[in-house]
Design a protein. Sequence first.
Lengths: 206, 348
Amino acid sequence: MLVLAIDTATPAVTAGVVELGSERVTVLAERVTHDARAHGELLTPHVLDAVSRAGATLRDLAAVVCGVGPGPFTGLRAGIVTAAALADSLDVPAYPVCSLDAIASDAVADGADAPFLVVTDARRREVYWAAYDREGHRSRGPEVAAPAALDPAARRVEHAHPSPAGLARTAATAIRASEAPAPLTPLYLRRPDAAVPGARKRVSAS
Amino acid sequence: MSRIVMGVESSCDETGVGLVRLHDDGTVELLADEVASSVAEHARFGGVVPEVASRAHLEAMVPTVHRAFDTAGLRMSDVSAVAVTAGPGLAGALLVGLSAAKAYAAALDVPLYGVNHLAGHIAVDTLQHGPLPAPSLALLVSGGHTQLLRVDDIAGKITEIGSTVDDAAGEAYDKVARVLDLPYPGGPPIDRAAREGAPDAIAFPRGMTGPRDAAYDFSFSGLKTAVARWVEAAQARGEDVPVADVAASFQEAVADVLTAKAVRAATESGIGTLVISGGVAANSRLAALAAQRCADAGIELRIPRPRLCTDNGAMIAALGAHLVSAGCAPSALEVSADPALPVSTISL
Ligand SMILES: [Zn+2]
């Protein structure tokens, strides 16, 4: 079956169409642009481009997979709301995936030795991270922290963003079993910056 | 054959989805107008917090779309165009609605219209009062904008002839409400308090009304400061603050300047129709004074009902329908939000 994979948790605008077989995940087409400010502009055009390069139409999709972060807020939402609206109007399920899990899956597929940490840029001199055990399963995280807080001895994988294959692989079991998807809840990991105002300042000189 | 246009609004703290029917004669009929507001989440911050608004838009978007289709009794496949606010507004908030609208337009294989929020505030009036005479004058008053606009063609030509040089009218309401210990947003509680007060109790200043001031521009910063000074002086004398009189006198100053300048602009440009829209258009004193002054000047006054005046998706659907009707080119799917989109750019 054809699955659309989307991720905007990193500066990459990622869209791809994968064929999800009973055993294998095969990428048919993907479009990735590295531009942290272009998620809103490019994501839907990338989706349409990937679908047409896969020789398909949106109507052929059986499911949508979406990375739900953790990621800096603004771009992350572009991917999630796009996935939600596409799935809604195409009447197919949308499966959330932790974007770091998809990166871990890519690393394992590329032959990385687990255990390892997946670390992405959280801006403000912090990183998002999660730890993966010998089998490549997440054992801790995702969390946001200063880089110094991470175990310096741990191996780290260097993938900057999840691939459509990694996203689809991470959700494959749920999709194959036609499980009811969890809601597409973003992994913000930080509270909004907002302060409750204190006492009003007087305007008159006292 | 009539066409259904869906409208998506997310420029500030309301997630709005509207559905309208564009009839062959160019008239536009309202079918659904669903809004999810995050205003309660901003109240304790005394103003809209952009990140809080953006998070709320993401949560509300798809459910609000569903409510709109349920209300209208339509299926998504009935839609022939999707219109969405492309600006002006909060960047992160705009991005949520624009991304959703692109996905709906792509999945439904219909054209996308990225449109101007301010023009939507004017277009919404056609849902209630029918086609807008050309030219018309529009006074947009809300927490984010205070502008006088000449509307030659709702789908083609809108020209700003005046705007606030500092605070928006609605912003002044919020700040004065804080001075008077009234809740946020300040418009409704000040309007209520003012009903028990005397509008001529205190002579608050009328900003930008001197002989050398720009005839159609506004200023509310000085008024807000004058109210705060007056209240602080009363408190310093150990007096109880006459909240109703302060509210009524403040509200009178706002309504006086807004209506005087709007009527003067209409008269001086020979324009026979004034539309007042935006959240502050729901203010009772503004509506009453505008009615009286427009009647005296022989100007037709059109104020959409309060529900249509505040931010909503129906206004965006209505504007989209006028663009479809006029044969305007749709937007590219690569269109990006413009937080500072000028009102003269009706669609992108
Ligand atoms: Zn507005």
